[in-house]
Design a protein around this ligand. Structure first.
Ligand code: PAF
Length: 284
């Protein structure tokens, strides 16, 4: 397994990775079982797997956790070695955004609302870096966690709109969220939670699951969402940024029981940490 920090070296190493399809798993490091599930899924799709590790400054807002974001490259590399990854692409910020860098990729529509409302510029940063990673690595397939459902929708829209060929939009795959035993979605940010908040955080997946069951059972959407918010606040969350039912692909808001693929998406804050989660609410 090679660990590469410079673009010229990546290009050479990429050219040498011949024989079969190549999958890219973009990450910001601090790897957990959710990332490893992406790598394992990547191996079903491709003979070669590249994992990128880059804490992308452009997707963090001014008051966000860029400096505090966990960085543990050595540990991440050891984990990926045991998974049989071929290459790790770990550029520095200076290598990714060279002097004079001035280009931004902005995806309208799906980027707006939900996390886009609370984190202005976040999805521009994500779309920009993922577009660059795609051009740098030129994968046949790319894999992203479904926990960041809006991010997945943004990346698919971008790949489609820019007629990307490596990977083609149809080759951008979402991988189901990996959860702890109590249902909490794995996230590098769970490390910020105190033991008490960590225990309380399990109310988030439980409340989403209950609301999904209510909506599927025919209860009015607004009432199910109201109960979900109340359950989070009484269960120890300090604030609910959003709790919405959306079309799974376009992310258009749904106020009635869905007839097509739908997703229930939530962001809520507990002890200064913002957690997001989502579940399928209707499979069409
Ligand atoms: O989901 C992430 O870890 C990041 O947003 C991504 C896709 C690697 C882009 O920086």
């Amino acid at each position: 397994m090679r660990i590469i920090h410079r673009l010229d070296e990546l290009r050479k190493a990429r050219a040498a990775l011949k024989g079969g399809k190549l999958a890219l798993v973009p990450t910001m490091g601090a790897l957990h079982d959710g990332h490893l599930a992406l790598v394992r899924e990547a191996k079903w799709h491709a003979a070669r797997v590249v994992v990128s590790i880059f804490v992308n400054p452009r997707q963090f807002g001014v008051n966000e956790d860029l400096d505090a974001y966990p960085r543990q490259l050595e540990r991440d590399c050891a984990l990926l070695q045991t998974e049989g990854v071929d290459l790790i692409w770990a550029p520095t910020a200076e290598e990714m955004y060279r002097e004079g860098y001035a280009t931004n990729v902005a995806v309208a529509g799906v980027s707006e609302g939900l996390c886009g409302a609370a984190r202005p510029g976040h999805f521009d940063g994500v779309a920009t870096v993922v577009c660059k990673l795609f051009n740098q690595v030129e994968p046949d397939v790319a894999l992203f966690g479904e926990k960041d459902w809006q991010q997945l929708a943004v990346i698919r829209r971008m790949a489609r709109d820019l007629d990307l060929r490596r990977p083609h939009a149809d080759m951008v795959f979402g991988v189901p969220t990996v959860r702890e035993q109590d249902g909490l979605a794995l996230s590098s940010r769970n490390a910020y939670l105190s033991a008490e908040d960590r225990a309380r955080a399990a109310v988030l997946p439980a409340a989403i699951k209950k609301a999904v069951a209510e909506i599927s059972g025919g209860k009015p959407v607004a009432e199910a969402l109201k109960r979900l918010r109340a359950a989070l606040l009484s269960g120890g969350f300090d604030a609910v940024d959003y709790a919405e039912l959306r079309d799974a692909e376009t992310l258009v808001e749904l106020t009635e029981r869905p007839t097509d693929h739908a997703r229930l998406l939530v962001a809520a804050r507990i002890g200064g940490t913002r957690l997001i989660d989502n579940m399928e609410a209707w499979s069409g």
